[in-house]
Ligand binder design. Structure first.
Ligand SMILES: Cc1cc2nc3c(=O)[nH]c(=O)nc-3n(C[C@H](O)[C@H](O)[C@H](O)COP(=O)(O)O)c2cc1C
Length: 392
């Protein structure tokens, strides 16, 4: 591939366009789509536009320091890579490529339960800090097994995702007949001519794409329908008792992802969890929820500084990160932008995505008059929404 992709990928929306050009439709739609009518998916991005910045340029921040302290690590920027299943479908060994890019940028990477690689593979490449994401399984022993494997492999945090116990109704995937490994229909093949570089790159991987962490000796690789497989594995009757149990099993930082209600955040803090992530799973689960940025202020108020509050969902610009931080987030996570970067150019593509964000955050801080992340305070944002009022 020529390096001209860098020129075309001048922003995150441009990286998305490039990924759409490269990936077969069912694969691109798997990364891009949301549940039902995709209302939450759209809201996540649109609600950032309803937050307005109030800059103080006369503060004159000649040099900006983008670093943050988070759960015992100093990160070079307030942006981590969140968990995304099947990143290895974007690029051969996609999870390792993305984790390397995160480490090189000085930030953390969270491996998904549904990674194509095994969780033991990341420590071998030396990438860190790294977190491991798990669910509550019908077989509670398997949840604990994953936590114990993550501890043995030296993970720095365990992230429990709470909003995916029954898979969302992702109609793009239904329409495309998305399955794992992907199967392409005659109609898709007609559109495949432009996708040959991806097919060639993935020729050895495609037949054995699976969830690496679940593969046991003699188990078939074929997952088939994601919804059916997840329904077999995950328990919708998950409760706080499961959080309590996990808190006993996992001694390191425990992070709860999928929080929108302030009382859930309060309870997580009371139960000894170390951070919460305000998230609606990027609009892939329950459709019609609050956007993440709209949910953030009340969660920040509820937690009252006891534990860090992180946010994901719809972060596509440096100014989105700056708005979230000003509203009280300790840091943000990205998911889709990282997958699009992977699809475009593997590790170099993810590095490029992180660099776009770094430059945009730096520029926004300069124009806002903020030299340090701590300078991004609630008085620097406003909005016409009721949810804005809960912040001082
Ligand atoms: C293709 C894809 C796979 C995902 N897989 C997982 C997963 O395995 N575990 C999880 O907790 N979240 C998963 N997510 C949700 C993301 O971690 C994140 O919450 C969400 O996408 C919001 O961020 P975004 O707007 O930057 O994509 C996935 C998201 C996408 C797009």
């Amino acid at each position: 591939m020529t390096e001209s992709w860098r020129g075309r990928c001048y922003s995150i929306p441009a990286v998305r366009d490039e990924a759409r050009r490269i990936l077969p439709r069912p694969v691109f739609d798997f990364t891009d789509g949301g549940a039902d009518d995709e209302t939450t998916l759209r809201r996540n991005e649109l609600d950032f536009q309803r937050v307005s910045l109030i800059p103080r340029p006369l503060n004159g921040p000649g040099q900006r320091d983008l670093s943050v302290d988070l759960l015992g690590h100093r990160l070079a920027l307030p942006l981590l890579i969140g968990p995304t299943g099947l990143a290895g479908l974007m690029w051969p060994e996609g999870e390792k490529a993305a984790a390397r890019a995160a480490a090189a940028a000085g930030t953390a990477y969270c491996l998904s339960h549904g990674s194509v690689c095994r969780l033991e593979d990341l420590p071998r490449i030396g990438a860190g800090p790294r977190w491991m994401q798990v669910f509550v399984y019908r077989d509670r022993g398997f949840t604990e097994e994953l936590a114990n494997r993550a501890a043995a492999a030296g993970y720095d945090g365990l992230l429990l995702t709470t909003d995916n116990q029954m898979l969302g109704n992702r109609e793009r995937d239904v329409r495309n007949g998305f399955a794992i490994p992907p199967r392409f229909r005659a109609g898709d093949l007609l559109a495949m001519a432009g996708k040959l570089p991806w097919l060639w790159r993935m020729r050895n991987e495609l037949p054995r794409i699976s969830f690496g962490n679940y593969v046991r000796q003699g188990q078939p690789v074929d997952i088939g329908s994601l919804a059916k497989r997840m329904a077999e594995l995950l328990d919708p009757s998950m409760s706080w008792r499961d959080v309590e149990r996990l808190r006993q099993v996992w001694k390191g930082p425990l992070i709860i992802k999928g929080i929108l209600h302030p009382d859930e955040a309060r309870q997580a803090a009371a139960m000894g969890c170390d951070a919460v992530i305000v998230s609606n799973h990027g609009g892939r689960q329950l459709d019609g929820t609050l956007s993440s940025i709209a949910a953030l202020p009340a969660v920040v108020d509820a937690v009252a500084g006891r534990i860090p509050v992180l946010l994901d969902g719809g972060i596509r610009r440096g100014t989105d990160v700056v708005k979230a931080l000003a509203l009280g987030a300790a840091s943000c996570l990205i998911a889709r932008p990282q997958l699009w970067g992977l699809a475009v150019a593997g590790e170099a593509g993810v590095a490029h995505v992180l660099e776009i964000f770094r430059r945009e955050i730096d520029r926004a801080m300069a124009l806002m008059g903020a030299a340090r992340i701590a300078d991004l305070t609630a008085d620097l944002v406003t909005g016409d929404q009721r949810w804005m009022r809960s912040r001082p």
